[in-house]
Every structure is written in structure tokens, then in C-alpha cells.
Design a protein around this ligand. Structure first.
Ligand SMILES: Cc1cc2nc3c(=O)[nH]c(=O)nc-3n(C[C@H](O)[C@H](O)[C@H](O)COP(=O)(O)OP(=O)(O)OC[C@H]3O[C@@H](n4cnc5c(N)ncnc54)[C@H](O)[C@@H]3O)c2cc1C
Length: 494
């Protein structure tokens, strides 16, 4: 039984491990953190649970292409309750509320009523949302692989994507904000600008909107921790071993083959190694010399980093009357890490059991405003990091209180994560957890191997831009398939 070591117990690492175990390998995962999930994580503070990794999941919906994979790796099972919040995003400007409904017919009627000045643009928006609702990522096996189960893709499903494909070229050439600029109604503009992070192309916007209106994009009850825990259980149930608190310092390579990894001076031998830690973070450090393959250089030069400040508040107030996910324009914009913030979006978990003490509510705010790593790093070096975090938390809180006066004086618990937090806990490059697909940016996956190391495979969000959990899952599955092919084993998925 070939013996495999996987670096990282995030979504990609657990996925690769589960498929490798099913296919007959002996697998050990080395994870630097104390638990599974990587960026797919949440944390508790004084009775509040702050969801930090998964807000919507492509593949939550039965029959969707990723759903089978999430089930194969145990992330979703028959007992999993999936929450489909509707509306899934609300623009909650004072006096002007516009909502994104999952029911596209309801959404269209709602828009015509609330923004009649944009009738023509609304018609086009809804037509494209219907087209993108039929888009899916075909789950294919790599060539020349022996598989136990075949899952052919239906021709009709592929043909259903043609109308959306014809729109992709133009949507890829503009940002989501440019697209939103076609609308005269300011609330609708704001809503459309806040579905994806700043600077993403409009195609990313439609991928997400299409996902939501197709009956997908739900939230798993219990969130990231449950999802990562389910995968960990599936992995260990199949006989996999996880070593937590085991940061891999080096992949040991001899004669063009990996022989194992080194963890704090201890050698763990392996017949092959799958690296699921952020490729950008480890390309210069995990091997005896920096990786220099052209694709790694292209990744270093071409990756636009998605990162954020993540602000958590525990309010001693029942906020179940407020929208679950909303955005509102700021009368008084402010700067976060030198970048202007003109609107605030929040997630409100008041209606979720177990996220806060009785009568209280957990709220999170994500400020995804470009590459702020240098700002936070500098603040740390100057000893000002905690002060800067506190200032930001105060500023955001004051804007929330201005918009929702019932919050005044109710914030009992606060916690703020910056790119340095993600870097520290997840080992991601500059704390970035996805790749921004701006107009003209690469979307294709990177190769999974480098020259001179035949049995080392790369997986994880970074090798499949833009990243996120489905690409992490898919990349882990593909790494396991390469492994099977190279070792002459049959890939087993179920
Ligand atoms: C605030 C936020 C919101 C998000 N929302 C969503 C969402 O709604 N939907 C969605 O699909 N995605 C979302 N994402 C993105 C998603 O969580 C990530 O893209 C995905 O989890 C990445 O998985 P991964 O396995 O590729 O990498 P990671 O999760 O980064 O896992 C890598 C693992 O490797 C470990 N590691 C690193 N270096 C070493 C080493 N040297 N030795 C041992 N272990 C190591 C790390 O500790 C980590 O556990 C969100 C992320 C964040 C931060």
C-alpha cells in the first residue's frame, strides 16, 4: 500500500486524502494548526460563534455537479440541513430597500416595481441570470485514469450552457462595478457591486447570481466547523491519520522523487507528497530551493490577492428583524488600511441556533478592499497593530450603530481578523484566501506538478483561480487522480 503524506488539512487536503484512502493508499496528513478546515473555519468567543469561512456553497443543492463530490467526501450527508436564505442579499439603504431573491420571477417583478427607471437593464440582468443558472463546472476525470465508477456528463446539460457562454467574453472584460454602473437606481447599483469583492470581473458576478437562482449556494447548518468536522470524520473513518500541530518545514527530495517530509527535524517517509498549503506561500520555502517552473513564476507574477479585514461583533440584542445579509451606503465613508470604504456589508446570524446566547446575535463584517497586507505588516512592526485593529472595529461599529440605532451600546464581544491573522493560522500567502479574477486575469487551472519531482502534487485554492471551496475540493480530487494514475491504481470515488 503506497504511503502518502499530505501537507495541510484544509478542504483540498482532506479531499485528496479521502479519495486516496478510498483508492487504496495509506495516508497521513500533516497540519500545522490544531484542527481541520484551514480557511473553512469559524471560532467561538464568549458564547458567540463567528462564521469565518463559508457563507455560501456551490454544490449544496441536490443534483448540482459539486453536490456528488461534497457527498463523496462526507462534507454533506443526508442529515445535513442546508439553509437557503431568501432574499440572499438586501440593499438596506435608509428608505430604499432592494433585495436579491432566489426566485428569479419574484426578483424581476420586485426590480421593475422598485427601480422602474432601469427597466431595460433589469430585463437584460434577469435574462443573463437565467442563462447563468444553467452554468456548471463539469466534473471530469483526468485522461488515462482507471476509474471504478464513471459519471458521464449529459449532453443536454452541456448544451444548456451555450447561451451563457456567448455572454462570457463581454462580461469578462468589465468589472462587476462597471456592470453595476449601467443602472440608474443607486440602491440597485450598490447591490450589484457587493455580490463579489471589489475589482472582480462581471462574469464572476453572474456565476454567483446564477448559482443562487439555480437552487444552489446554500449555507450548511453549523457552517464551516461542521463541514470540516464531517470531512475529518470521513477521512479518519477510512483509516487516515492526521497529525495536528505538525508544520511541514520541508519536502524531502532525492533523485527526482520525494522521499517524505520533515516536521521539526523528524522525517516522515512517503512514496508521494501532496502539497495543499497555498502554493504561493510554500513555493519559495518548502523545497531545498525556490520552485522555478514557468507556471509557478506566472502564478507569482499574475496572482491578484483577495484578502480582507474581518470584523466580528456579539450584540446583546435580538437582531432577527434585520436582514441576514445586507449592504448599505455610508454617509460618512472611512479608510481601512489606506483604502476607502463607501459601503458596509454584514452577515447577521440572529436566526441561527447556537451562534449566540439567548436574545443575542452574532454579526460579521467583511472589508475586502484590495491588498492591505503591507499596511497591517507595518502596523505590526511599529507596535501599532492592536491599536489599528481597535480603531477599525470602533469605526465600523459606529457606522453600524448609526444605521441601526438599536445596536448602540450593545456590542458585548468584539474580534477582528486581518490578513496577518489568516497568514498566521492558515499559512496562506499574505493572508489571501482566494485569487481575484479581475478583467483579463487568468481563470485556467495551473499544472499540478513541477519538473524534477515526479511524485509531488500541488492542490488547493491557489492552483484553481479564483479559488474558494469548490476549486479546493476539485483540485484535491484531481491530485488524488494523478496519484492513482502514476501508481497504476484504480481511482475510487464512492
Ligand atoms: C472570510 C472568508 C469567507 C469565505 N467565504 C467563502 C464562501 O462563502 N464560499 C467558498 O466557497 N469559499 C469561501 N472562502 C474561501 C475558502 O474558505 C478557501 O478558498 C478554501 O477553504 C481554501 O481551501 P484550501 O484547502 O485550498 O486551503 P486552506 O484552507 O488554506 O488549507 C491549507 C491548510 O494547510 C495548512 N498548512 C499551511 N502550510 C502548512 C505547512 N507548512 N505544514 C502543514 N500544514 C500547513 C494550513 O494550516 C491549512 O489548514 C472564504 C474564505 C474566507 C477567509
Amino acid at each position: 500500500m503506497p504511503n502518502i503524506v499530505i501537507v495541510g488539512a484544509g478542504t483540498a487536503g482532506l479531499t485528496a486524502g479521502i479519495y486516496a484512502l478510498k483508492s487504496g493508499f495509506d495516508v497521513t496528513i500533516c497540519e500545522s494548526h490544531t484542527g481541520p478546515g484551514g480557511n473553512c473555519t469559524s471560532w467561538r468567543r464568549k458564547g458567540y460563534l463567528f462564521e469565518g469561512g463559508m457563507h455560501w456553497l456551490n454544490g449544496s443543492g441536490d443534483g448540482k455537479s459539486f453536490n456528488r463530490l461534497w457527498r463523496e467526501v462526507g462534507a454533506i450527508n443526508d442529515a445535513t440541513r442546508i439553509i437557503y436564505t431568501d432574499p440572499f442579499l438586501v440593499c438596506d439603504n435608509e428608505g430604499r430597500r432592494i433585495s436579491f431573491y432566489r426566485d428569479i420571477a419574484k426578483f424581476e417583478t420586485h426590480l421593475y416595481e422598485t427601480a422602474p427607471e432601469d427597466t431595460a437593464a433589469i430585463r437584460e440582468l434577469c435574462r443573463d441570470m437565467r442563462r447563468f443558472a444553467r452554468i456548471f463546472i463539469p466534473i471530469m476525470d483526468i485522461p488515462w485514469l482507471k476509474v471504478k465508477e464513471k459519471h458521464p456528463i449529459r449532453l443536454g446539460d452541456l448544451c444548456g450552457m451555450i447561451p451563457a457562454l456567448s455572454r462570457m467574453v463581454s462580461l469578462r472584460s468589465i468589472t462587476a462595478e462597471d456592470y453595476a454602473g449601467r443602472f440608474r437606481n443607486p440602491a440597485l447599483r450598490l447591490l450589484l457591486s457587493n455580490v463579489v469583492g471589489s475589482g472582480y470581473d462581471a462574469m464572476s458576478l453572474f456565476f454567483i447570481l446564477g448559482c443562487y437562482v439555480s437552487g444552489d449556494g446554500g449555507y450548511l447548518e453549523g457552517g464551516s466547523l461542521v463541514m470540516a468536522g464531517n470531512m475529518e470524520k470521513r477521512f479518519t473513518g477510512l483509516g487516515g491519520k492526521i497529525r495536528y500541530g505538525s508544520r511541514v518545514d520541508q519536502v524531502l527530495v532525492s533523485g527526482g522523487r520525494a522521499t517524505g517530509v520533515s516536521v521539526r527535524g523528524e522525517t516522515i517517509s512517503a512514496d508521494a507528497v501532496i502539497v495543499t498549503a497555498d502554493t504561493l506561500a510554500v513555493a519559495d520555502t518548502l523545497f531545498d530551493k525556490p520552485l522555478s517552473d514557468p507556471w509557478v513564476k506566472a502564478m507569482r507574477q499574475g496572482t491578484e490577492l483577495t484578502m480582507n479585514a474581518f470584523l466580528c461583533y456579539g450584540f446583546e440584542a435580538d437582531l432577527s428583524e434585520l436582514p441576514e445579509t445586507a449592504v448599505f451606503a455610508l454617509d460618512k465613508p472611512f479608510d481601512c488600511a489606506g483604502m476607502p470604504i463607501k459601503s458596509l456589508g454584514f452577515h447577521n446570524y440572529a436566526r441561527y441556533a447556537g451562534y449566540a446566547p439567548a436574545g443575542c446575535s452574532a454579526v460579521t463584517v467583511t472589508l475586502s478592499n484590495g491588498d492591505t497586507y503591507a499596511y497591517w505588516k507595518r502596523a505590526k512592526e511599529k507596535g501599532e497593530y492592536e491599536d489599528r485593529k481597535r480603531e477599525l472595529s470602533d469605526t465600523v461599529l459606529s457606522r453600524l450603530e448609526e444605521r441601526y440605532p438599536m445596536l448602540k451600546g450593545k456590542a458585548a464581544v468584539r474580534d477582528t481578523a486581518t490578513p496577518l491573522t489568516y497568514e498566521r493560522y492558515c499559512g496562506t500567502y499574505h493572508g489571501s484566501w482566494m485569487t481575484r479574477t479581475a478583467p483579463g486575469q487568468r481563470r485556467a487551472a495551473y499544472p499540478r506538478k513541477v519538473k524534477g519531482m515526479n511524485n509531488v502534487y500541488f492542490a488547493g485554492q491557489r492552483v484553481m483561480p479564483p479559488g474558494g471551496m469548490p476549486p479546493a475540493l476539485l483540485s484535491g480530487r484531481i491530485a488524488a487522480q494523478y496519484l492513482c494514475r502514476d501508481f497504476g491504481m484504480v481511482f475510487v470515488s464512492s
